[in-house]
Design a binder for this molecule. Structure first.
Ligand code: FES
Ligand code: FES
Length: 211
């Protein structure tokens, strides 16, 4: 049965246009304000919190590595990761908070990178699928997604891997319903849900020390 994405707190009903217009202003008043203090003297900016143009230098901690880059206030975390840092494991599909393909972890909690401003990730630890493992050393969750045939086209897989990772970090012995709940914001057009959920259960069992 397909999970209900509406039950996931990551899901927003904002359109991308609304998000960028509104969130740009919020960021300008919050995280951007702090950033602008750090870049005092940049001619396009003022520390008044009303800045919506120009660029600002930020440092993002991604997979335990610091990256300094210049972004516009409206730049999403998804764009910063994919277009600037070339971390393309984070997928861009709907870009409006509907599918979960862009799921990353912010301080260990799943977030839609397409609805998160890069500025608002400053000071937080960002984990992408590249931070879970690599082709040589997969995480247990990644191994089980492969072992349980939890992917077909694979477009949804990084997002599921991160949602499962967060779920198992919260609950060492999750029920099927808890696994489903943890993945409620992730959609799979290929319909691999039962295999994904089984991968979560198997990964949890292995991580508890089961063979
Ligand atoms: S939810 Fe971000 S790309 Fe779909
Ligand atoms: S495996 Fe194709 S969208 Fe999930």
């Amino acid at each position: 049965m397909t999970p209900d994405p509406a039950s996931d707190p990551r899901r927003r009903t904002l359109s991308r246009r609304t998000f960028l217009a509104g969130a740009g202003g919020v960021a300008a008043g919050g995280a951007l304000g702090a950033q602008l203090q750090a870049t005092e003297g940049a001619p396009a900016h003022r520390a008044s919190g009303a800045v919506l143009s120009g660029t600002v230098e930020i440092t993002l901690s991604v997979n335990a590595r610091a990256h300094t880059l210049e972004v516009e206030p409206r730049t999403t975390l998804l764009s910063a990761l994919r277009d600037r840092l070339e971390l393309t494991g984070t997928k861009s599909v709907c870009e409006r908070g509907s599918c979960g393909a862009c799921t990353v972890l912010l301080d260990g909690e799943p977030a839609n990178a397409c609805l998160t401003l890069a500025l608002s990730a400053v000071g937080r630890e960002v984990t992408t699928v590249e931070g879970l493992g690599d082709s040589e050393t997969l995480s247990v969750v990644q191994e089980e997604l492969c072992a349980q045939d939890g992917l077909m086209c694979g477009f949804c897989t990084p997002g599921f891997a991160l949602s499962l990772t967060a779920t198992l970090a919260r609950e060492a012995d999750p029920s099927l319903d808890q696994i489903r709940e943890g993945c409620a914001g992730n959609l799979c057009r290929c319909g691999t849900y039962p295999h994904v959920f089984q991968a979560g259960l198997e990964a949890a069992r292995r991580m508890r020390g089961g063979r």
